[in-house]
Design a protein around this ligand. Structure first.
Ligand code: FPP
Length: 259
C-alpha cells in the first residue's frame, strides 16, 4: 500500500475539518535553494495547489481556502507580480474543465478590483461557470487582506443600519459574519502554514478565532498529499474546546482543564 493510502486509512472520516485554510509560504526560498528564479518556485507551488485540491476533494472536505496573493504582495518587484498574474491566468484557463468535471466551485475572495482586467475576467468567468458545483468550495484569496475585509464588512453593516435594514442591537457576530467574503461558509477548522513561519499575516482575521493552527517546516513547493494528511491527522489528535472545559465537552466531571 502506498504511503498516501496508509495515511488516508488513518483519517477518521467522521471528524474531518469542514474547512481547511492554507498560507502557502516558501516558494521563493525553495527556488533560491535550487538556484532557480523565484517564478519557478511559484510554478512548482502551483503543482502543490493541484495536489492539495485533489486530496481535499478525495477526503470530502467542504471548503478549502488558499492564500494565493495578499494586498501586501503588490509591493513585490513588478516582474514577479506580472509573472504570478500570468501563472494565475493560465491556471484559471487550463483548470476550468477539471474544476467543472470534479464538481469544484471556484470562489475568489479579496479585492478583485486590484487585479489586471484579463485576470479578473478569467477569474469571474471560472467562478460563474463553476458556481453550481457543490463537492468542494475552493476559495482563492487574491489581493486579500483580513483587515481590509473586516473594514469592508463594517462599512456594509453601517450602511445597512443607516438604510434601516438592520437594527444596531441585532448586529451580532453571526450577523457580521454574513458581511464577509466567507458569508454562509463555516469558519476554518484548521489553518496550515508552510515554510516554518508562525504568523497569521493578515489572513482571515475574523474567521480564525477558534481555528486550530498547524505549522510545518516544509516549503510550499514540496508540500505533498502526505503532508496534507499529516496535518489532518494532527488536527484529529487535538481537543477543540471553544472556551469550554474538557469535562463540559466529554460529560466527565473529573477532567477540569481550563479553556
Ligand atoms: C509565498 O511564497 C507564495 C506566494 C506569495 C504566492 C503563492 C502562489 C502560488 C502557490 C502559485 C500560484 C497559485 C495559484 C492558485 C495560481 P514566497 O514567495 O513568499 O516565498 P518566500 O517567503 O520563500 O520568499
Amino acid at each position: 500500500m502506498s504511503l498516501i493510502e496508509e495515511k488516508k486509512r488513518l483519517v477518521d472520516r467522521g471528524r474531518l475539518p469542514r474547512h481547511v485554510a492554507i498560507i502557502m509560504d516558501g516558494n521563493g526560498r525553495w527556488a533560491e535553494r535550487q538556484n532557480l528564479h523565484r517564478i519557478e518556485g511559484h510554478r512548482k507551488g502551483l503543482e502543490a495547489v493541484k495536489e492539495v485540491v485533489e486530496i481535499s476533494k478525495e477526503l470530502g472536505i467542504e471548503v478549502l481556502t488558499l492564500y494565493a496573493f495578499s494586498k501586501e504582495n503588490w509591493q513585490r518587484p513588478k516582474e514577479e507580480v506580472d509573472q504570478l498574474m500570468e501563472l494565475l491566468h493560465d491556471y484559471l484557463l487550463s483548470e476550468r474543465d477539471r474544476l467543472l468535471e470534479e464538481g469544484i466551485r471556484l470562489n475568489p475572495i479579496g479585492d478583485l478590483d486590484d487585479l489586471p482586467p484579463r485576470v479578473r475576467e478569467a477569474l469571474l468567468e471560472t467562478a460563474r461557470m463553476t458556481s453550481e458545483n457543490r463537492d468542494l468550495i475552493l476559495n482563492l484569496a487574491l489581493s486579500y487582506s483580513g483587515r481590509w475585509e473586516i473594514l469592508k464588512g463594517v462599512k456594509r453593516a453601517i450602511e445597512e443600519v443607516r438604510e434601516g435594514r438592520l437594527r444596531l442591537q441585532d448586529l451580532t457576530p453571526e450577523v457580521f459574519s454574513g458581511f464577509l467574503s466567507t458569508a454562509g461558509l463555516p469558519d476554518p477548522d484548521l489553518l496550515i502554514r508552510t515554510s516554518g513561519e508562525q504568523r497569521i499575516s493578515n489572513f482571515l482575521l475574523w474567521q480564525l478565532a477558534y481555528t486550530e493552527l498547524y505549522f510545518t517546516e516544509v516549503l510550499w513547493p514540496e508540500f505533498t498529499k502526505a503532508d496534507f494528511l499529516d496535518a489532518i491527522l494532527d488536527y484529529q489528535s487535538r481537543e477543540r474546546r471553544f472556551g469550554l472545559t474538557s469535562s463540559q465537552l466529554t460529560g466527565n466531571p473529573s477532567g477540569g482543564a481550563r479553556s
